[in-house]
Ligand binder design. Sequence first.
Ligand SMILES: Cc1ncc(COP(=O)(O)O)c(C=O)c1O
Length: 408
Amino acid sequence: MEGNAKGVAADPVLADIIATDEKHYLRAFGARTPVCVERGEGSYLYGTDGKRYLDMIGGIAVSLLGHGNPRLVRAIAEQAAKVIHCSNLFYNPNQTALAARLAALSGLDRAFIANSGAEANEGAIKLARGYFHKLGAPRTRIVAMKASFHGRTLATATATGTEKYSAPFGPLPPGFVHVPYNDAAALDAAVDGDTCGVLLELVQGESGVRPATQAFVDAAAAACRRTGALLIVDEVQTGMGRTGTMFACERYGVLPDILTIAKGLGGGVPIGAVLAREEASKGFAPGDHGSTFGGNPLACAAALAVLDEIAEKGLVARAERTGAFLRERLAAVAAETGRIDEVRGLGLMIGIGIVDARAVGVRDRLLAHGVLANAVGTSTIRVLPPLTLSEDEALEFCGALASALKEG
Ligand SMILES: Cc1ncc(COP(=O)(O)O)c(C=O)c1O
């Protein structure tokens, strides 16, 4: 990338880091943006190049409160001074309090706290299979969606409906089938008496920010009722206020049997959770599942602080308002530049369709304007900013986007 060479030349610290990284970091990631993040404040990140960047990626839907939120920083520091970790051989009050809070927020009964989205989804898949095993009528098939994303472990990469994430790592766990997203008839035909779970996102994030239709979600719920399969909704990206409701489920009027969350829950501290209805939770008996770090006092203190801040500052409603404002301004940028063909998404989870499929170039030019955004696929700029984003910051983004579009 052209910007890469420029960035490296301007920043000797970055040049050193890239050289060491290329030598010692496992070659797992695609090309990284040539910015080395040193610190953050509110909606901005600061690089070792001394530059300030408007963070419209938010750690890919993680940094809900922005950077350096005082309540979150204090909660982490205070908890670290008390105790950082204890085994799940013991109780810790934060874990119990968080499970109760998540149950109250979601309308589900029980929570298992994990460390990531993939680990939460892995737990959900095990729970669904375990449920039918315990009923004495084993079912193993999970019906998942094409173009979905559920994580990088073997089972969640197999559940992910894009082969490139799993194909090199076979043999893959059996029992996963994929149907086209938003195709209610195909979903209905795929769900039968062997299906233990239907796994879906309500907005597919990684494949371009594509919301489910109401008819599709209704069909998934109906197919589960018809066959007894469990409805598993992956809200790893959409959860915790991102889409303008605490969970995207609320928008669709559906209460799943199992709900997974992660990303924003800890405001940047790694944490995920499997939430389940009482009946579905019977899929785990004592000793069936566990996690060394999952639900430790530090991560749960962070999550409790995030939930307090979301409630006190009204961040869910704010995400809805700022999202609507941003979409309205993006419509104006589309009219002005003629380079945007569609603006998709809910709340502050927004995909901007770029005509001519040149999203990567737009992303790179945004970087030159001091804005971090994400390109997914060839034609979508995805933005997942902090829920605390102000209208002025939204306008700053729109101004930079208009310039980036006119330049390319
Ligand atoms: C919908 C969804 N599920 C699961 C995951 C995996 O989460 P993690 O990277 O925390 O394992 C992601 C990550 O992007 C996601 O967007």
